[in-house]
Design a protein around this ligand. Sequence first.
Ligand code: FAS
Ligand code: PHB
Length: 392
Amino acid sequence: MNQSRTQVAIVGGGPAGLLLSHLLHLAGVESIVVERQTRAYVLSRVRAGVLEWGTVGILRDAGLADRMDREGKIHDGTAITWGGGKRLFLDIKQHTGRHFMAYGQTLMQEDLDSAIDRWGGTIVEEAENVMPHDIETDTPWVSYTKDGEEYRIDCDFVAGCDGYHGVSRTVIPAGVLREYERVYPFGWLGILSETPPLPELIYCNSPRGFALASMRNPMLSRYYLQVSLEDDIDEWPDDRFWDEISRRYPDDIAADIVTGPSVEKSIAPIRSYVAEPMRHGRLFLAGDAAHIVPPTGAKGLNLAVSDVYYLSRALIEYYATGGWGLLDGYSDTALHRVWNAVRFSWWLTTTLHRFPDQGEFGQRIQESELDYLSTSDAYMAAAAEQYAGLPL
Ligand code: FAS
Ligand code: PHB
């Protein structure tokens, strides 16, 4: 058994795990990241594209924002279209004074990888059979195997940053863990194409189903269509995708969509999920390991960042003062923000997507909701505040 020791063992090398390792390092706290995939595989997963202004601030303060500030695009709000041509602009700058940054999670992950390599951090790739142990004691540890060898990392704390399908959540006793879930009866078919994107993000409620136009850079567009959970990616050749998205958007918007061959295409299931508490003993969960939101509200990655912001502050306080105050308050603090984002993502998902059993009555209710939103400054301000992300 190859043995090592660190202060914080981090399970999972996605954005939550890497950002936590970096923030801890900046405060002189040691960690080791244990990731079951290769870095290349993690980078190959095309995911989020919108960073809340709070996330932007955390990345800037941590010295992780040079490329984001060069290549990211700042937006003052997002558009919503419905009812065959109606539209509104959810102006988060006007209502909150904040913006959001269009910058792909893949690039953020690369920036984190590079930063950790620069200061010589440890990211174990292709770790198998990762398992946290003795999290209810003062001497937790993490085991894993790699290239046929067994490894043990003794630590003070374990951070479970291993996503929805990770192992960390499973070591919280069944009698302690409370789970809340809603699975939606549709998926998101996402496409990347090397074409100029529309200038703004545009969410679309159409009787044919939801659509979203987004971007990654001036020559890389990201589009989504709501599809049936029974659909297979092979049933969606590029031509069908472009034809369908032009049917869902009003003609004048559809006319501006520049089509082209897809360079990535995938279908993701849509669910809301929260695990409570986000801490048990010396195990702390952060990011998708603790919660999943429909991408409609662009909250998933941003929640991972806010969890890590709270957890890093708590761990830094412990190592600086021996105090447990922020650690003891971590789960409640993180969950307050999580549930707000879960509720907003659920509301926007139920307002913009076509549900199988909603009928024409349900369609008109959704359109009436958007009509009201577009005419009420108070409602727009509330929606803008939540899309922008509540202050940390
Ligand atoms: P991640 O899942 O990103 O990372 C967890 C890491 O842990 C992974 O690298 C995994 O390989 C590793 N791991 C898992 N089990 C392990 C084990 N047993 N041992 C060691 N390592 C293990 N969010 C948005 O805001 N907008 C979007 O458009 C959007 N689209 C998405 C599309 C898809 C298909 C998915 C799955 C998610 C999407 N999300 C989106 C949400 C996504 O961005 C997550 O919120 C974000 O990746 C969360 O980061 P982490 O918590 O680090 O989890
Ligand atoms: C994206 O650009 O991938 C994106 C943007 C906004 C969302 C979801 C995804 O709500």
